[in-house]
Design a binder for this molecule. Structure first.
Ligand code: AMP
Ligand code: FE
Ligand code: FE
Ligand code: ZN
Length: 292
């Protein structure tokens, strides 16, 4: 069983439609795929239809933009009821923050003498409610300013670069609680990734486990082998599920091909057990795993 629990479609900043993502997962030999777009469930319906059609097991999830002690933390939420009001409210705030930031970044680019068209950004972000830096990067590529997203981030968009603008992210502890309230389970994404300026240590992760965190994404391209070993040991100590995934973004991110990291079947089984328990406790109408 090949299981990839973290991928993006055009519903956020991936470059494939949900259908193309499912088809690519089948072509890559995956048995289980989770669709986890940033801050939105918009891709779920199309992905579910495609998964049924192609006989792929699909887990509906999302990757929520949170903040913890001043630092950005990406939280993967699996199988939550996307209509749970506290979750809806936080996602709406995040999406509003995303929309507000786009003109501010275009303004900064203009000040740098890089005039890209609002229309280019609108086109790049046409399929998403979660407009972000990757879509501005795509507009810069379309205008020939940079060769690819990586160059756009390195020159302009990464934290500390001249066109970077911060945005709203939801308090991590609240989101962990809301995901549980929505009958889903949360897994901290790439906790020791390159882009993080401070790593949550074992004590931080233990505190999050107390709040209801179910797992840690251990096998991720941002983690080197030593990091993975350390995180796996922490997951074991804390009784957390250890996942592995590609964080695939279609053509939007190199070295993140589908299935490049995978989740062990027994870890996936534990995650689903925890999700079933969370759904029963929350008494919400949660999405089922789509099974072939
Ligand atoms: P935003 O959500 O608008 O803050 O943008 C963050 C997203 O940009 C992340 O989810 C990544 O998928 C993407 N990203 C960050 N750094 C890079 C990079 N160097 N190359 C391509 N994509 C990146
Ligand atoms: Fe992304
Ligand atoms: Fe992420
Ligand atoms: Zn991701």
């Amino acid at each position: 069983m090949r299981i990839d629990l973290h991928t993006h479609s055009r519903a956020s900043d991936g470059t494939q439609t949900p259908t193309e993502l499912v088809e690519a997962a089948v072509a890559a030999g995956l048995d289980v795929l989770a669709i986890t777009d940033h801050d939105t469930a918009e891709g779920w319906v199309e992905a579910s239809e495609a998964a049924r059609e192609h006989g792929l097991e699909l887990v509906r999830g999302m990757e929520i933009s949170t903040r913890h002690e001043g630092h950005g933390v990406h939280l993967l939420a699996y199988l939550p009821d996307p209509t749970y009001p506290p979750l809806v409210e936080q996602l709406a705030l995040i999406l509003r923050g995303r929309r507000g930031r786009v003109p501010a970044m275009l303004e900064k680019l203009r000040d740098l003498g890089v005039a890209i068209d609002d229309q280019d950004v609108r086109e790049a972000a046409a399929d998403t409610a979660a407009a972000g830096r990757p879509h501005i990067a795509d507009a810069l590529v379309a205008r020939g300013v940079v060769a690819d997203r990586t160059e756009a981030f390195d020159r302009f968009l990464s934290w500390g670069r001249p066109a970077h603008v911060d945005r709203y992210a939801a308090p991590l502890a609240d989101v962990v609680r809301h995901v549980a309230g929505a009958g889903g389970v949360s897994v901290i994404a790439h906790p020791w990734g390159r882009s993080r300026r401070r790593r949550p240590d074992e004590a931080d992760l233990a505190a999050l486990a107390e709040l209801g965190l179910a797992g840690i994404e251990v096998d991720h391209q941002d983690h080197d082998p030593e990091t993975r070993d350390e995180l796996r040991a922490i997951a074991r100590n804390l009784g957390l599920v250890a996942t592995g995934s590609s964080d695939h973004h279609g053509a939007g991110k190199v070295d993140h091909e589908l299935g490049i990291n995978t989740t062990a079947p027994e870890e996936y089984a534990r995650l689903l057990e925890l999700a079933a328990a969370a759904a029963a406790a929350a008494r919400r109408s949660t999405p089922e795993v789509v099974r072939p």
